[in-house]
Design a protein around this ligand. Structure first.
Ligand SMILES: Nc1ncnc2c1ncn2[C@@H]1O[C@H](COP(=O)(O)OP(=O)(O)O)[C@@H](O)[C@H]1O
Ligand SMILES: [Mg+2]
Length: 451
C-alpha cells in the first residue's frame, strides 16, 4: 500500500487535493488534450472523476508509463469493491512509473453510495450484453449529463426558504422534520429500526406549498437541493433519462447532505401499463432501484421527496416505498389569515402599505375560501398593483417614490377577487381526502380542512 509520504516523495498527484487536481486538469486542457481514463474508454472531467471514485473504489492508482506524456495518464481498470480491498493491500507489481494515487475516502464519507445492480425482466447475461454495447457507444456522454444536472437540476436558492414563510402547515412541519430533517442532521442516530425509509410523498392540489416544503428542508438541513420534474426527464433528456436518474442519485450521494425533490412524480411512476414505451419503463426501473439504494444506506444523508397533484395515479410499488404520504391541503382560515398578516408585515418592510382593520381582514379571509397559497399570492399581487396603477396616472413610473403610492385596501382585494379566481376544483378535493383516508399518514379533522 502506498503511504501518503511515499506518494509525496515520488511526486504523486493526489486527487484528494481538489486544488491540485483542478490545476492538473486545467493544465491538460491548455494542452488541448484530455485526461484519458481507462474507464469505459471515456474522457471524464473532474466532477465525474470524483463521481467515479465515489461510486466504485477506495483507491485508484494512476499509472504513467515512462514513454507516455503526462496528458495521457491512464487509470487502472476499476476493480470490483471486493477486489479493490485486496489490491490496496497487495499492489500489483508494475513496471510502469506510478504517477498518482487517489484516496477516495478523503473525498467522501466512509460509507458511500453504491449504485445497486440493475434489476429487470431481462437475464443477467442479456443485461451485460446490453450494457457493454451501450458503453462502447458512449464517449463523452456522461459529461453532458453531469453538466445538465449541475445547471438545470441543482437549484441554488438566492434566499433560504424558511418554515415561517410557509403558512398553515405547522402539522406538516412536525412530521417532516422528524423523517427528513433529523436524519440529515444526524444520520448516525437514525440507523436500525428508526432508519428513515424511502422518503416522503407530498400530495395535494397545485400551489399549496409542496415545493416550498422541499426547499425549506434543504435550507434548514443545509443540503444541496436537486429539483427535477418528471416531464423534464422524459422530454429534455430524451434517450438519456435512465442515465440521468443514475447520475442524479450518484451526484446527490457525492454532494450530501442532499434533498432530491421530484415533482410530478405521478407522471413518471404511474401504474405501469402496456402503453409504456421501453424508455419510460427503463427510467422507472432505474428510478426504483436508485431510490431503494439511496435510502437504504442508513448513513446516507439523502432525503427523497416526491410531490404530486395526482396521487391516485401512482404505481402501487412506489406507493409502498414512501415512508410517509402527507396531504398538503388548501390553506384553512387560520392559514389564509397568517398569509395576509405576513404579507402586510413584509410589504411594510419594503415601505409599501396595506391597510386593513380586523373586520376587513376577516372579510378577506372568508372571501378567499377555496384559494390555494399560489392563488392568494396572485390575488395579493393583483390587489397591490391597483395602487401603483393609480400613482402612475399622476407620476412617471421612473420617478415614482414609495411615499407617493397610496395604501392598498380591502377594496383593492375585492376588485382583484373578480379577476383572480381559485384554480382548484372542489371535486378534486374530495378525491384527495379519500386518498388520504386510504393511504395518508396524517388524518385531518374536518374543521381543520375548512372545505
Ligand atoms: N402554504 C403556503 N404558504 C405560503 N405561500 C404559499 C403556500 N403555498 C403556496 N404558496 C405560494 O405559492 C407559490 C407556489 O407554491 P409551491 O410550493 O410551488 O406549490 P406546489 O409545489 O404545491 O404546487 C409559492 O412560491 C408561494 O408564493
Ligand atoms: Mg410545485
Amino acid at each position: 500500500m502506498i503511504t501518503k509520504q511515499e506518494a509525496r516523495n515520488q511526486n504523486f498527484l493526489n486527487l484528494s487535493n481538489q486544488k491540485q487536481t483542478e490545476a492538473f486538469l486545467k493544465n491538460q486542457k491548455n494542452k488541448q488534450s484530455h485526461l484519458k481514463v481507462h474507464l469505459d474508454l471515456k474522457c471524464i472531467n473532474y466532477t465525474q472523476m470524483k463521481l467515479f471514485l465515489t461510486n466504485r473504489t477506495e483507491f485508484i492508482k494512476l499509472n504513467l508509463p515512462a514513454n507516455i506524456k503526462k496528458q495521457e495518464i491512464k487509470v487502472e481498470q476499476p476493480p470490483q469493491p471486493q477486489q479493490c480491498q485486496n489490491q490496496v493491500q497487495q499492489p500489483q507489481p508494475s513496471n510502469q512509473q506510478q504517477f498518482g494515487f487517489v484516496q477516495a475516502n478523503q473525498l467522501m464519507p466512509k460509507k458511500r453510495f453504491q449504485p445497486p445492480t440493475k434489476i429487470g425482466e431481462k437475464s443477467k447475461q442479456e443485461q451485460l450484453g446490453q450494457k457493454n454495447e451501450k458503453q462502447s457507444n458512449q464517449t463523452n456522454f456522461e459529461d453532458n449529463i453531469i453538466n445538465k444536472i449541475e445547471s438545470d437540476i441543482i437549484e441554488i436558492m438566492d434566499r433560504p426558504t424558511q418554515w415561517t414563510d410557509i403558512v398553515g402547515l405547522d402539522h406538516v412541519r412536525d412530521q417532516v422534520v422528524e423523517i427528513a430533517l433529523w436524519p440529515l442532521e444526524n444520520p448516525k442516530l437514525f440507523e436500525g429500526i428508526i432508519a428513515p425509509g424511502s422518503g416522503l410523498l407530498l400530495f395535494g392540489p397545485p400551489g399549496t406549498g409542496k415545493t416550498m416544503i422541499g426547499k425549506a428542508i434543504a435550507s434548514e438541513g443545509k443540503a444541496t437541493f436537486f429539483s427535477i420534474k418528471a416531464s423534464t426527464l422524459t422530454s429534455k433528456y430524451v434517450g438519456e433519462g435512465e442515465k440521468t436518474v443514475r447520475a442524479l442519485f450518484a451526484l446527490a450521494a457525492q454532494r450530501q447532505p442532499s434533498v432530491i425533490f421530484f415533482d410530478e412524480i405521478d407522471s413518471l411512476l404511474c401504474a405501469r401499463s402496456e402503453k409504456d414505451n421501453e424508455t419510460s419503463r427503463q427510467i422507472k426501473t432505474e428510478f426504483m432501484v436508485q431510490l431503494e439504494g439511496a435510502t437504504r444506506g442508513g448513513c446516507e444523508r439523502i432525503v427523497f421527496i416526491g410531490a404530486t397533484n395526482r396521487p391516485q395515479e401512482l404505481d402501487d410499488a412506489i406507493k409502498r416505498r414512501f415512508q410517509k404520504k402527507i396531504y398538503i391541503p388548501l390553506p384553512n382560515k387560520e392559514g389564509r389569515q397568517s398569509y395576509f398578516e405576513n404579507l402586510i408585515i413584509k410589504e411594510a418592510k419594503e415601505g409599501k402599505r396595506i391597510e386593513m382593520n380586523t373586520s376587513e381582514m376577516q372579510t378577506l379571509v372568508d372571501l378567499t375560501k377555496g384559494y390555494s397559497g399560489a392563488d392568494i399570492r396572485n390575488l395579493s399581487r393583483e390587489a397591490c398593483m391597483y395602487a401603483i396603477r393609480d400613482a402612475a396616472k399622476m407620476y412617471t413610473i421612473k420617478n415614482l417614490k414609495l411615499d407617493q403610492i397610496r395604501a392598498t385596501t380591502i377594496e383593492d382585494f375585492k376588485r382583484a377577487l373578480q379577476i383572480v379566481k381559485p384554480t382548484v376544483n372542489q371535486n378534486d378535493l374530495k378525491d384527495y381526502l379519500k386518498w388520504n383516508q386510504q393511504f395518508g399518514s396524517y388524518n385531518y379533522d374536518a374543521d381543520c380542512l375548512d372545505t
